[in-house]
Write a protein that binds this ligand. Structure first.
Ligand SMILES: [Zn+2]
Length: 282
């Protein structure tokens, strides 16, 4: 068992999964210039633990997903990823930028410091459930708040009194698009495209702004247990809404840090091979 959640000595569990090649882009349908799609972004995976779907994203869609993932991976989760030595297309970082604000004189100071001098913190969101699951009208506005999780004593250890520290940037829309991409590609990998009518492609590609209708926090009342050795937890769910079966994907990134679980609606179930999910509604 892990001693201190989030300590570098924690043993984190994650497996490698490779799925069947798709042969066209799972977002726009194009067959041009296909590359492998990382279901959980590469930068959130440990070395040797890739989950990927071969030949599943065209270069145009890959450019779009790379942009919002980059904002989340660097701005929101950069120092944590470096501390955990998660994968990176660039050279592994050993330092990070630390911006502090001295409350007595208002002085702001940005220094490049070794990673050890930045606290182990994880940023995320406590979001209202997806609008569709609440049977609310579609909206473009997220309701919720950013949250920070860290091991007990971590911030006190790093921060003398009277000093505020910039922990990172949070962008709910980009974060929601990253969750939508994980959910959609996971559902395609696990069940195949014929199993559901997808509803996330336009949100992922930035053509539709109604992400809060499909992406939200897990407010189902399902127990959120401690997962001290789990890096990320992704699994399928289903629910019936007025007799219509929907496929959902539950995502808990950095589960071992006590982060919340999100529940994403990926589409309407169309095939009998998801019968087992339908008989297990939320
Ligand atoms: Zn595409």
């Amino acid at each position: 068992m892990a001693k201190n959640p989030g300590s570098p000595s924690t043993v984190l569990l994650w497996s490698a999964e490779k799925y069947k090649a798709v042969g066209h882009c799972i977002y726009c349908g194009s067959s041009d210039n296909l590359s492998d799609e990382h279901i959980v972004p590469l930068g959130l995976q440990p070395r040797g633990g890739d989950w990927f779907l071969p030949k599943a994203s065209c270069d145009r869609c890959a450019d779009i997903t790379k942009r919002f993932e980059g904002l989340c991976l660097q701005g929101t989760l950069g120092p944590l990823r470096a501390k955990l030595k998660l994968r990176s297309r660039r050279k592994l970082k050993t330092t990070t930028e630390r911006t502090t604000n001295h409350r007595d004189d208002g002085r702001m100071e940005t220094l490049t410091v070794p990673l050890d001098e930045f606290p182990m913190v994880c940023l995320g969101f406590d979001l209202e459930a997806a609008g569709l699951l609440r049977q609310a009208r579609p909206t473009t506005e997220f309701v919720g708040r950013p949250i920070v999780r860290y091991p007990i004593g971590e911030l006190e250890k790093q921060l003398p009194e009277g000093i505020a520290l910039k922990l990172g940037r949070v962008a709910p829309r980009e974060y929601a698009r990253m969750l939508a991409k994980i959910a959609h590609s996971y559902a395609v990998a696990k069940f195949g495209e014929a199993s559901f009518i997808p509803c996330l492609s336009d949100i992922i590609l930035g053509k539709c702004d109604y992400a809060p209708y499909y992406v939200g926090g897990d407010k189902s009342g399902a127990l959120l247990v401690d997962q001290p050795t789990t890096l990320h937890h992704v699994y399928p769910q289903a629910c019936d809404l007025n007799g219509v079966p929907y496929l959902l994907v539950a995502i808990r990134l950095f589960a071992f840090m006590g982060m919340p679980r999100y529940l994403i609606v990926v589409g309407r179930i169309t095939e009998g091979n998801l019968e087992q999910l339908r008989s297990n509604p939320l």
